[in-house]
Design a protein around this ligand. Structure first.
Ligand code: KIV
Ligand code: ZN
Length: 440
């Protein structure tokens, strides 16, 4: 591990800076009303994030008021808000965080030549002066000042070091070095932070921060790499929302530290059991679902349909799971039934529904369900109940429902099974199941 600078913090402590309400909320389709921002901010507090970036007050008066109401209510986390290095932005930011128990002004300016020339149309010297003036102004109004060098990872290294040294002298307490366009690679990121921290003479006075976008799908990997290089604040968002392809996902970073503490021995203050509820709240508020296979919080993150996997997790969940669903507050769903499921999973799922199935009866139910599953994405409880009752002859009560006695019906699926059996002339009880669940 490289040298690191963590003033007033244990060396292994990593601060989680959540920017869901700022970078996340500014992405298309994710805008929230002030009351919704406050509701999510309360949940971020419950989750345990160290810093909540509550918004960008100059965007509108409603945005400024939303930040101010969050600052007025939440006393444990630091409440930050964003401001360009412009006087009007800074004044609005000062107003917005004024009621905070711990407020932070986060000011930024681009430092790459591309942004300076093409976007801001200013020289490097003008950039440096503007940054220093802004930090001085912010520091005059609050103790806690974060400076971000936008597009830091594509900036001239020596110029970036000059800017960082100057803003630390002007009073910045956190230096954030964003990979604004998600261009970096993990090895490069370790090197970048190591070199910056080793080159800036007053680097030991501040906390270095990483802010990675996910344009190449490397946002989380780069954030972890930055920590390896000495960063001790990670900026991230719930569900990885944010500009374009989004920001590094908070839940993935936190669980990477949690599960792989052998390789990344860092501590964070997050209540991991609140990760899934927080993700769900964001989804409900924005109406934007996460992809089903999203790490940690996707619907399939702890679901198993393949028979071999179901059999494995039923015997010992560590065969196919590296963390417990309960640890992130997610439902554990090892028995999703579909065409890849095996007999054991069908048997267990039926037992959960009140049907004890053995021998030929189990195989008949299994076969019938697999035939239905060939045409369906999922098998629901209603499908299972219907199939079991159609092959059973006894009357029983299932989860409060009275299931009528029926004789074995000649269903299309059963005819199909019988044909298959006749064709193979294999005894029913020794037949293999179809699909991925062979033999389990
Ligand atoms: O991506 C970025 O560079 C940013 C800064 C404003 C911190 O969001
Ligand atoms: Zn960003």
């Amino acid at each position: 591990m490289t040298a690191t600078n963590t003033p007033n913090m244990p060396r292994d402590r990593v601060l989680i800076f959540d920017t869901t309400l700022r970078d996340g909320e500014q992405a298309p389709g994710f805008s929230l009303r002030p009351a919704e921002k406050l509701e999510l901010a309360r949940q971020l507090d419950t989750l345990g994030v160290d810093i909540i970036e509550a918004g960008y007050p100059i965007a509108s008066m409603a945005e400024a008021e939303a930040v101010r109401s969050i600052a007025a209510e939440l006393k444990r986390p630091v409440i930050a808000c964003l401001a360009r290095c412009h006087r009007a932005d800074l004044e609005r930011a000062v107003w917005a965080i004024q009621p905070a128990a711990q407020g932070r002004i986060h000011t930024f300016i681009a430092t790459s030549d591309l942004h300076l020339q093409a976007k801001l149309r200013i020289s490097r010297e003008q950039c440096l002066e503007t940054a220093v003036d802004a930090v001085r102004y912010a520091r005059h109004h609050t103790y806690d000042v974060q400076f971000s060098a936008e597009d830091a990872t594509r900036s001239d290294f020596d110029f970036l070091c000059r800017v960082i040294e100057a803003v630390i002298k002007a009073g910045a307490t956190t230096i954030n070095l964003p990979d604004t366009v998600g261009y970096s690679t993990p090895d490069e990121t370790v090197d970048f932070f190591t070199r910056i921290i080793g080159s800036v003479p007053n680097a030991d006075k501040v906390v270095f921060s990483t802010h990675c976008h996910d344009d190449l799908g490397l946002g989380v990997a780069n954030s972890l790499a930055a920590v390896q290089g000495g960063a001790r604040q990670v900026e991230c968002t719930i569900n990885g929302i944010g500009e374009r392809a989004g920001n590094a996902a908070l839940e993935e970073i936190v669980m990477a530290f949690h599960v792989r503490s052998d390789r990344m021995p860092y501590t964070v203050n997050i209540n991991t059991r609140q990760l899934y509820p927080t993700s769900e709240m964001l989804t409900a508020l924005t109406g934007q679902p996460v992809q089903v296979n999203k790490a940690i919080v996707g619907r399939n993150a702890f679901a198993h349909e393949a028979g071999i996997h179901q059999d494995g997790v039923l015997k010992d969940r560590r065969t196919y799971e590296i963390m417990n669903a309960a640890d992130v507050g997610a439902p554990w769903n090892p028995l999703v039934l579909g065409k890849h499921s095996g007999r054991h999973a069908v048997q267990r799922r039926c037992a959960d529904l009140g049907f004890q199935l053995e021998g030929d009866e189990l195989i008949s139910v299994y076969r019938a369900l697999m035939s239905i599953a060939d045409d369906r994405k999922h098998l629901g409880d209603d499908d299972i109940i219907e199939v079991v009752t159609s092959v059973r002859t006894e009357t029983r009560t299932v989860e409060g429902r009275t299931v009528e006695t029926r004789t074995v019906e000649t269903r299309t699926v059963e005819t199909h099974i019988v044909d298959a059996l006749e064709a193979s002339s294999t005894p029913l009880s020794t037949m293999h199941e179809s699909g991925y669940g062979h033999g389990v």
